[in-house]
Ligand binder design. Structure first.
Ligand SMILES: CCCCCCCCCCCCCCCC(=O)OC[C@@H](O)COP(=O)(O)O
Length: 267
């Protein structure tokens, strides 16, 4: 059943992407960043709606009130492609820092560029880093929230890896609050294989980090806050995947009731 649902979701996602990708062709001629972003948000929303309904994954957002209304740098753990979709609907004007290879995906790649995502060569030299810093500042000036995955790649749930020095350099320079985010998305949409697993997938958003102006200890602070969020959000202590509704700061804005929750995005 689980495998059949996963295959069905994959089919849904493929058809949705082809149809919306082709539908975006006229939009691409307009070259309007905001139109592309709105369209891309719709695509992400429909993807997550399908995931939720077809695979029985309930999306639980904890600490949504910690997202500032102002431009900010969202420093999220990364375990799954899910993380690439969810922020499209959690903030109004998202700009992800993405690996450059994604811009070569047919139909999707051009929309990533047009909607203002920030591509980065992961083996970035200092010139690439300067471009990254410049582009990020440009998105802040455009009042966008920039999403960064400091681990640089999808890691296994609960695994600790050294954070990428390049993007940490960016975070140190960025003149914006840094918001830490932990998740257990890899338990439900793992990196390996096609199967999706039902249950309560959590995104735990912490308060912006309080740092001195040098931001010298940023890596340690992000790491420590992630660990604290994993604990307070109960990311790995549920055996039955049920939602821990006793958590004070649970804001189940995306979840409604039980499995197959509807996505309730802002804006
Ligand atoms: C058809 C309309 C298409 C519209 C496209 C809209 C764009 C939606 C936003 C998607 C944002 C994706 C963010 C990805 C960030 C990123 O680049 O993370 C890297 C990993 O994931 C993959 O790395 P790896 O684990 O090493 O394979």
């Amino acid at each position: 059943m689980r495998v059949a649902r996963s295959i069905f979701f994959q089919l849904y996602f493929f058809i949705l992407t082809i149809i919306m990708g082709l539908g975006a062709l006229p939009l691409r001629l307009l070259k309007r960043r905001d139109c592309a972003l709105t369209y891309a948000r719709l695509w992400s929303r429909l993807t997550l709606l399908g995931l939720s309904k077809i695979c029985g994954i309930e999306i639980v957002i904890i600490g949504r009130e910690n997202i500032p209304n102002t431009p900010c740098l969202i420093a999220s753990q990364h375990q799954s492609f899910f993380d690439g979709f969810v922020w499209m609907n959690l903030v109004e004007r998202p700009a992800y820092i993405i690996k450059k290879e994604l811009t070569r995906i047919p139909l999707v790649g051009p929309m990533l560029i047009l909607s203002g995502m920030i591509p980065v060569e992961r083996s970035a030299g200092s010139k690439a880093l300067r471009c990254l810093i410049r582009d990020t500042q440009d998105r802040f000036d455009d009042r966008r929230q920039v999403i960064i995955f400091p681990q640089g790649t999808r890691v296994k749930p609960g695994e600790r890896v050294p954070l990428q020095p390049g993007i940490m350099a960016l975070a140190k320079q960025a003149n914006a609050p840094v918001v830490p985010v932990a998740t257990n998305s890899g338990l439900f949409w793992p990196r390996e294989g096609w199967t999706k697993f039902p249950g309560a997938l959590k995104i735990v958003i912490g308060p912006a980090l309080a740092m001195d102006s040098s931001r010298g200890n940023l890596i340690a602070m992000i790491d420590a806050s992630w660990q604290a969020l994993e604990k307070s959000g109960g990311l790995y202590n549920h055996v039955d995947n049920s939602v821990d509704v006793t958590e004070e700061n649970i804001v189940p804005t995306i979840s409604q009731g039980n499995k197959g929750a509807a996505l309730d995005a802002p804006g």
